[in-house]
Design a protein around this ligand. Structure first.
Ligand SMILES: [Zn+2]
Length: 219
């Protein structure tokens, strides 16, 4: 194992612990992956963050195989693999069942352009991927298709997925989408949001590109 693999394993554990600490996830649900060469590192199935160690993280090869010894990868490994395969701009994927994103996902709603920070997910809205059974290749396909070129999507009757060039960025997007989901949910209790125009959201998306990856959210 080289230094990069060790560092990624440690970072994946940190992200899982952070998701729990920040209320994005509970128990053993949720999973995190990062690209490593032609394959990926991904959290194992059924291990709560408090018990997770870097050695538990599973290396899945480009052929979809993992070592016979050690733990099995997350049941959602095909979803992570499909995203990483199709998006050369993405190196990390975070999936969680954060409360407000999941409320919207269970109500069959996407997040509309009601706050400029919605654009952090890479579009004027956060799309909703149609429902398919957890861990299925149908779910993987539905999520890849709903994402298109964007960085986050809600998953109907399930949760949230966020991606980025790095683990820290993917986590930051997941946190922001959960916050936007909470705000949208709140507006629905008082008559619904006032939406921003396509023109304004296009302007914000352009500004976010100019700001660069690390500065987004500073405004
Ligand atoms: Zn899930």
């Amino acid at each position: 194992m080289d230094g990069r693999e060790s560092a990624l394993r440690e970072e994946i554990v940190r992200v899982m612990v952070a998701m729990n600490a920040r209320g994005l996830n509970r128990g053993a649900s949720g999973n995190v992956s990062a690209r490593l060469g032609e394959g990926m590192l991904i959290t194992p199935t059924g291990v709560p963050p408090a018990e997770l160690t870097p050695a538990h993280v599973v290396l899945v090869g480009p052929d979809g195989q993992w070592p016979a010894e050690g733990l099995r990868p997350s049941s959602e490994w095909q979803m992570h693999e499909g995203i990483l395969r199709g998006r050369s701009d993405v190196n990390a994927v975070v999936h969680c069942h954060s409360r407000h994103a999941t409320i919207l996902a269970c109500a069959g709603r996407e997040i509309p352009p009601m706050h400029y920070m919605v654009a952090m997910a890479g579009g004027a809205s956060v799309p909703l991927a149609p429902y398919a059974t957890f861990g299925s290749s149908e779910l993987a396909d539905a999520v890849v298709q709903a994402l298109g070129g964007r960085n986050a999507a809600l998953m109907a009757n399930h949760g949230l997925i966020a991606l980025g060039p790095s683990l820290s960025r993917a986590l930051a997007i997941a946190e922001e989408v959960e916050e936007q989901a909470a705000v949208y949910w709140g507006t629905l209790a008082i008559g619904g949001p006032t939406l921003l125009s396509d023109r304004e959201m296009t302007k914000v998306l352009d500004l976010f590109k100019t700001y660069g990856q690390t500065r987004v959210g500073g405004a």
